[in-house]
Design a protein around this ligand. Structure first.
Ligand code: GLU
Ligand code: MG
Length: 462
């Protein structure tokens, strides 16, 4: 960031502050997501927004090495002595009033060193870099996160007590919490989020909300905004929302499924449809999907990054515990969605089911784009589609079809991640080392914990 950029950002922030003052905003929250998938913030009064956009707000670099319980580990690139400072800059293109918290606005933020260089562990910048790489090869991507959460009557520290009792997909659950759900929708509309659907999900107290696809950076920003809007609205209704992969041991978990499609930039056409490849994919669409499928075990260190992730990621848990793909198969880690006949050219997309909401959405998309790009580079092809629940197949048949289980522990995922040359080349040593050291920190923290204890420790952190 040079002086011209700073001057421009300052002028834009001053104009934005005038607009926000008319909407009764008095302070702006600058938010970034750490390596453990937790949204961390600093806030400034509206009058300081111009300064924050020009010079940034100081934040400690050590937060990259924080675990979910706020303890810190030491890596080669993060953690250790609490020395140094980074500058947090609001992205004014994504600055919105946070309608769920009257008086507040929210801006996703990028982290720079004091000399203006991009911080190598800044996950928004990493995602921008991956988008630029894809773009230079003539492609763009569209993405959206599905948000699942479970809402409890009691507060933090208490067990989970579902705030509603109706059945999965049941109308009862809408009626029980209709004011709450209305306020979630109103708040999202007030913050400019294009909601597509909302429904009661399978687990007790669980709901799901889907939003329109955007460019990947926008999709990750929206995931953060939706989550914090749901959390804030829940609290205003005396409820507590959990986005943990596992809210209750005996129930299905919260997924953070990622929808992703690849688009040709010159023709603005969707490579996931209109081709003569499997399920109508073009050869490039297939190669992109195959790249992701091939790297799934390593990708889990980013997409299923917590100990609780592996309590969710079990066969027949609708989470996609097997490394396979299949059209509309909810038990395949990679579900292919064709869309309704007549709408495929817009709607066809990949759904990465095995990812959950404890993932940093920026890192998740950066890693998925890198894996997809590797597929494009090598013209990778997909194996045969799987059209049944792989867990229901006899082991021999599953082995014969080459359907392998995904890692069943965080340790296995981290090993695959560290050994993956494609992800290392795309993300860089600093990210590989820091992600791995943070994951190992969480493994050590919860090594002796029972599944119940892991669930309880994680429940209110995400
Ligand atoms: N809650 C399930 C998960 O953990 C997903 C259920 C569904 O959307 O089919 O991924
Ligand atoms: Mg769902």
């Amino acid at each position: 960031m040079d002086l011209d950029d700073r001057t421009l950002q300052g002028a834009r922030a001053a104009a934005a502050a005038t607009r926000l003052a008319d909407q009764d905003v008095i302070a702006v929250i600058l938010v970034w997501v750490d390596t453990s998938g937790i949204a961390r913030v600093k806030a400034v009064p509206l009058a300081r927004l111009e300064h924050a956009a020009t010079w940034g707000v100081g934040v400690p670099p050590g937060l990259d090495a924080f675990l979910l319980d706020d303890s810190v580990v030491t890596g080669r690139y993060a953690g250790g002595a609490p020395v140094g400072d980074l500058r947090l800059h609001p992205d004014l293109d994504r600055l919105v009033p946070l309608a769920a918290l009257p008086g507040w606005a929210l801006a996703p933020a990028d982290r720079y060193a004091q000399d203006g260089a991009v911080h190598p562990l800044d996950s928004r910048s990493l995602l921008r870099r991956e988008m630029a790489r894809l773009s230079s090869q003539g492609w763009s991507a569209r993405a959206a996160f599905e948000m699942e959460w479970a809402v409890s009557k009691k507060g933090w520290g208490d067990d989970f007590t579902p705030a509603c009792n109706g059945p999965a997909y049941g109308m009862t659950r809408v009626s029980e919490l209709s004011d709450y759900l209305r306020d979630v929708l109103l708040a999202l509309e007030g913050s400019g989020v294009a909601v597509e659907q909302i429904h009661p999900e399978y687990a007790p107290g669980q709901y799901e909300l889907t939003v329109a696809a955007e460019d990947p950076l926008g999709a990750a920003d929206t995931a953060v905004l939706v989550r914090e809007t749901v959390r804030a609205t829940s609290l205003r209704h005396g409820l507590v929302a959990s986005f943990s992969p596992k809210t209750e041991l005996a129930s299905l978990g919260n997924g953070g499924h990622v929808h992703l499609s690849l688009w040709r930039r010159d023709t603005d056409t969707n490579a996931m449809a209109g081709g003569d490849g499997p399920s109508g994919m073009t050869p490039s669409g297939e190669a992109f999907a195959a790249g992701i499928l091939r790297h799934l075990p390593a990708l889990l260190a980013i997409g299923a990054p917590s100990m609780a992730s592996y309590l969710r990621l079990v066969p027949s848990g609708r989470a996609g515990a097997y490394a396979c793909w299949g059209p509309e198969n909810r038990e395949a880690a990679l579900r292919f969605i064709t869309g309704a006949h007549g709408e495929q050219h817009r709607a066809a997309n990949l759904e990465v089911k095995c990812f959950d909401p404890s993932a940093n959405p920026y890192l998740a998309l950066a890693a998925l784009l890198a894996a997809g790009r590797a597929g494009l580079d090598t013209r990778a092809t997909l194996p045969a589609p799987v059209t049944t629940d792989p867990a229901a197949l006899p082991t021999q048949e599953r082995d014969h079809a080459g359907i392998t289980p995904l890692p069943t522990t965080l340790s296995e995922s981290v090993e695959a991640f560290e050994a993956d040359p494609v992800l290392r080349q795309a993300l860089g040593d600093a990210v590989i080392d820091t992600v791995s050291v943070v994951r190992r920190g969480e493994i050590a923290l919860l090594d002796d914990a029972t599944p119940e204890q892991i669930t309880a420790t994680t429940r209110w952190r995400h």
